[in-house]
Design a protein around this ligand. Sequence first.
Ligand code: PLP
Length: 455
Amino acid sequence: PNDLPQFDTAALRAKDAAHHLHPFTDTKSLNAAGSRVIVRGEGVRIWDSEGNEIIDGMSGLWCVNLGYGRQDLVDAATHQMQTLPFYNAFFKTTTAPATELAALLPQVAPPGFNHVFFTNSGSEGNDTIIRLVRRYWDLMGQPQRKTIISRHNAYHGSTLGGASLGGMSGMHEQGDLPLPGITHIDQPYQLQHGKPGESAHDFGLRAASWLEAKILEVGADKVAAFIGEPVQGAGGVIIPPASYWPEIQRICDKYGLLLISDEVICGFGRLGHWFGCQHPHINSKPDLITFAKGVTSGYLPLGGVLVGDRVAKVLIEQGGDFNHGFTYSGHPTCCAVAIANVSALRNEGVVERVATDTAPYLKAQFATLADHPLVGDVDSLGMVAGLVLYKDNASRTLFDADLGVGYLCRDHCFKNGVVMRAVEERMIIAPPLVMTHAEIDEMIRRIRRSLDDTL
Ligand code: PLP
């Protein structure tokens, strides 16, 4: 567009280098290169301060599900800010947007989810989960059920609780984590853990069996819950075999564990269903669901926990005060934007269109990259997709991790006008749900060009 805001890029870079500590970033090397300043977004595209147009293959950070430039979301925020920018939900008060959103979410959630606890982020949602799980088992008269089982390479946020639930070794090393009472099993990633000749089906069952082994190791009466992302996002778009989640569900049922689906990425249509657990490939029946990101399409921060009836009943009928919450739990302006966002996803049939049209088209086009000499293991589910960069495809030889080939490819992508993310040997995308076929075609062309540049 010709209305790009004008910035002095060099001056901004200098200020950024002098003062801004970026998340998950090596500040010294960032400062040497300088930050790219993003100034504008429209539809599925963003622009930087030097006028470069970029297709946002990552929806910001997995969140801008409706795309950029939605006036209805802006209007919802403006109206609420003019009327009542903030009031809290503590001490027997509420606001209309918080209450309306709490009543709206059960209409799109899986059956049996009738209550919601609001937070500002996914991390706080998962911290809330830890509190809820512990409270539930205390109230059930089984306070010894403290251990939550998660998975290595899972991402559940960056607070002490979220990072502990997560299985990112780099985070654990820097924080003396995980906190006590949280333990991990291996992820269902066949490239890493599969046996030669093993079918995906068999691998999925074997990966799920690690949960049962861990339950027996800890002691069945001591385990409170299992948490997992339907599809691991930040871990590199690890799509488990279809046999995995039903077997996880069976094991949770067998030992009475609470099942937690972290839907911070998969929620709000990302997989072509309102929640990832509803996708036939996943097909789990969680007791608690964490959400954030897509609930507002990232226009304002909001997260929370959908609390299923099993937990809500005990918490409400026997729990008394639940001593947990945040100043901005149910922030009315954020909730007003969420209502506008959920309404738009609904009224415009976005989620159904992902399932029947956009995701199958993305799958087919993304799969065309498989003929590239660097590329193998191309896969997608809904609007997340990933591939593996191989040094030698035929023998499935990976590049030496120290070479940082993924980061090189990611940088070529940015230069060629597409945001793609590198996670170890994997290159991943999660584009806005509203992407058109023509935009998918253009994105794939730019990715192919970037792979060629990486060769
Ligand atoms: N859970 C999952 C699955 C996520 O992908 C993320 C963020 O990427 C989080 C939790 C943490 O959310 P936030 O960054 O809003 O705290």
